[in-house]
Design a protein around this ligand. Structure first.
Ligand SMILES: [Zn+2]
Ligand SMILES: [Zn+2]
Length: 260
């Protein structure tokens, strides 16, 4: 979490210490105390109820790195999360204790040009849950800006709330690719991100969605979730065990979804 401290301490609700999943080394994860920062006027304290395990969390666990981010000090992992508001800061008007919320995991600076243009997801000063040295949210409780906590409708579970962050990747990809009722879609990769991209494309009105992977199980999940066509490809570039009929790539908008 963005403002999480590293030292140990008591939680504020009298229910004992706040605990979190700390990544201490390769394949070494321990539940240890995690001190919460003071609640700022625009912050909320959230009791975590559901936290997804992202591919990045797995990379950090196995190798202590993900892309160019390297874990150099113990770090709390997890960033796909939802929970219930326990306490709100003095200036928070939109949320009250008991609200069920999905958390947006990145805290941007709000001051740079990208933030001011509304493209705050690209902020170079981003403090993102579980991206070193920023702590994540696989904890009993976290403190987070109220602005980045989104109230869930009653028909959305906390587990589904935790999936809002990966789902947003699919929604963003579909917006960028201008997916609509006239757009056929090819999704490369049927991992979790490929699947949420497929679901988002369907919600955007895509009439025909083809999804490609090297893994038969992932493809069968994609089929169950509504893929029109699944294509199993070989990891050997010489071998292609599927001939795709009259499929002509040039007529299809290609939508890349990386395996998560
Ligand atoms: Zn993720
Ligand atoms: Zn910024």
């Amino acid at each position: 979490m963005g403002k999480g401290g590293m030292s140990h301490g008591e939680s504020k609700d009298g229910e004992g210490e706040n605990m979190a999943a700390w990544l201490l080394g390769v394949n070494t994860l321990k539940i240890q105390p995690f001190k919460l920062p003071a609640l700022g006027p625009h912050d909320v304290r959230v009791r975590m109820k559901a936290v997804g395990i992202c591919g990045s969390d797995v990379h950090y666990l196995k190798t202590m790195r993900c892309a160019h981010f390297v874990v150099k000090e113990p770090m709390v992992i997890g960033h796909e999360c939802a929970g219930i508001i326990e306490e709100v800061g003095s200036e928070v008007k939109t949320l009250v204790p008991g609200d069920r919320v999905a958390l947006e995991p990145g805290i941007s600076c709000w001051r740079c040009n990208l933030c001011k243009e509304g493209r705050y997801n690209l902020c170079p000063e981003m403090k993102f849950f579980a991206t070193p040295p920023v702590h994540g949210s696989l904890a009993n409780q976290v403190v987070h800006p109220a602005d980045l906590c989104f109230k869930l409708p009653e028909n959305v579970s906390l587990e589904e709330g935790a999936m809002c962050e990966p789902l947003s990747v699919g929604v963003h990809a579909c917006r960028r690719a201008n997916i609509g009722p006239e757009t056929n879609v090819l999704v490369m990769g049927a991992g979790p991100i490929g699947l949420v991209t497929m679901l988002a494309a369907r919600a955007f009105g895509a009439p025909r969605i083809v999804i490609v992977d090297v893994d038969g199980h992932r493809l069968s999940v994609a089929k169950d979730l509504g893929a029109d066509e699944i294509v199993k490809v070989s990891t050997n570039i010489q071998v292609c065990d599927y001939v795709f009929g009259s499929f002509t790539f040039s007529y299809w908008k290609t939508l890349y979804a990386w395996l998560a």
